[in-house]
Ligand binder design. Sequence first.
Ligand code: ADP
Ligand code: ADP
Ligand code: MG
Length: 244
Amino acid sequence: QERLTQLRKKHRITVVGKDVPEPVEAFEQLKDYGISPELIQRLHECNYAVPTPIQMQAIPLMLQGRQILACAPTGSGKTVAFLLPIIHHLKGPRRKGFRAVIVSPTRELAKQTYRECLRLADCYKLKVHIISKVATAINKFGPDSSQKFDILITTPNRLVYLLNQDPPVISLSNVEWLVVDESDKLFEAGERGFRDQLAVIYQACNADNIRRAMFSATYTPVVAKWARKNLKKLVSITIGHRNA
Ligand code: ADP
Ligand code: ADP
Ligand code: MG
């Protein structure tokens, strides 16, 4: 227990929640969670030698299927922190439609996350998509499509547009992981915020085994309040200061 406290202190990791697993200081330790040697190898090929503090704590939690609110500075590796557990859980391609959705506040960020995801998901042959044109998406993902896709990375409006068609032209009922990236930005009030859009997406992800994770650079009380209210057995992780 003392050692665990020291370990978290060393990496400036603060956690709030029950039964939180130990941070992993090496990617190899993830073998204990069933992560394949191929995936670990892939991380090394991407020049990710050791996990960053947010990865040390968020990855084991998500691998246990826990819902999290993660706050860590910009540039601290949050993308890999959520992509790795998702890729592990999805294992290989299926014909069940999207099983993971990552919502980003801007198209540029969505594209970056998409590229990072392609690099990592490649070894499992997972099908990763980004919604660029709504018109193409209707044919690509609609009920008459092959349903051979696994991970969706998108800005909110496009996805909501597809969900709001009558009947909806995309189904999220097999989604196992919903990640809200830069949740502080997405939760902003007013025109720039996406509160209403997130509510539509949240409701469309109606599988029994749905898990959600929120990531952001800052700790924001509105996001924290929402997460506490809506996410069962939530664990909050903060790296460094809570710079709200
Ligand atoms: P954030 O989302 O926290 O702002 P990113 O996920 O965009 O940060 O990562 C920032 C940079 O760090 C990216 O170029 C990414 O490839 C790199 N990176 C991520 N994890 C590691 C790691 N474990 N070791 C080295 N570099 C990493
Ligand atoms: P961004 O805000 O960066 O454009 P979003 O995907 O969140 O990214 O927003 C795209 C916007 O364009 C949404 O408001 C969406 O409803 C609208 N849109 C895109 N294509 C069409 C279309 N073919 N018909 C109607 N609305 C569309
Ligand atoms: Mg990020």
